[in-house]
Design a protein around this ligand. Sequence first.
Ligand code: WQD
Length: 338
Amino acid sequence: MPTVLLTGAAGYIASHTWLALQSAGYEVVGLDNFSNSSPLVLERLARLSGQTPVFEQADVCDRTALDAVFARHQPDAVVHFAAFKAVGESTAKPLDYYANNIGGLVSTLQTMQAHGCKRIVFSSSATVYGQPERLPLTEDAALSAVNPYGATKLMGETILRDLGAADPLWQTACLRYFNPVGAHESGQIGEDPRGIPNNLMPYVAQVAVGRREALQVFGDDYDTPDGTGVRDYIHVCDLAEGHVAALRFLLGGSESITVNLGTGRGYSVLDVVRAYEAASGRPVPYRIVPRRPGDVAACYADPALARDKLGWQARHDLQRMCEDSWRWQSLNPDGFKA
Ligand code: WQD
C-alpha cells in the first residue's frame, strides 16, 4: 500500500487521520516539531493501533531535515496539516503565521518536487469564505481573507492551484474544514488546546469538567434563530475519513479537487451548550457578552461536491460529537499535560 507522510502529525485532526489511514491500510509516517502538540499522542496512537508509529521529529520549514525524511521514507503522497491555526493570534503575530504556514507549505512542496512526490492533501478552512454572502456555502462561493490565518489558507490554495497549472503532474486536494469537534471514541486522543481555548467546544468541555467557571457567549443579537452564532460542526473522525477519501481520489486518478468538509447542518452556540449538558450530565453555565470581532452570524456547508466526487459524507450528529468530546475531556481533564 502507498506510504503517506503526515506533517503536523501529532496534532488534533492529524492524529485522528493517522488512525483512519492505518485502518484503510496505508503506511503512515508522521512528522511533527511539537510546537503545538504533545509527544504523548504517539504513545496513545501506538496503544490504539497496536503498531509503533513511524515518526520523525522535524520542522516543515527545515528543508534539510525534510530532505532526509523523504530520502528515508519515499512517501507517495503528503497530507499537510502543519500550521498555526489561532485566528486571534494570527492578527497579533502575522509574521509568525506567514513564515510558518506559507514558509512551511512551500518548503514541503519544494522537497516533494525534489523527490518526485506530487500528490498533496492540504488542510484548508471554511475561513477562506470570509463573510458568507449566501448559505449553504458551495465551493464556488466568493473567497476572501478576513485575518492573517485565513490569508495563509487562501494563499496555500492559490499556491497549489498555480503549481498544478505549471505542472499537470501535480495532484492536489484542498479540504475546507468547517468546525472540527469531538474525539476518537476511545477517549484516548482529542482536542488539547494550550492555554485558554479559542474555540467553542473545547471551552464548553473545560467548563463541564470544572476547569473553567462559565462560558462567555459572544453575542446573542445575530440574525439567527436564537441570536447566537451558527456553525457547521463536524466530528473529527468524519473529517479524518474525508482525508482518506481525498487521498484515494488522488491516488486513483489524475484530477485535483477543492471540497467542503462539513455536515451541511448549522447549530447555534446555545444548541451546543444544551447538547453538551445532555451528553455530559454536567451543567454548562454561561453568560452573554458582546460579539467577538470578526465573527460571522452563520456559516455552514453545502457538502454535495465531496459526496459526489469523493463518495464521502459526515455520519456523526451533534450528540455523538459532544459524547465523544466529553469522554476525552473527562478521561483527560488536563489534556496531554498529565
Ligand atoms: C464558534 C461559535 C463564536 C468561543 C474558527 C476559525 C476556523 C477554524 C475553527 C481553524 C462562534 C462562539 C466561541 C467562545 C462563543 N479554525 N463562541 N464563546 O470562529 O467559527 O471558526 O475555528 O481551522 O478557521 O475561524 O469557531 O469555535 O471559535 O466559534 O460564543 O468562548 O462559538 O462566536 O459563533 P469559528 P469558534
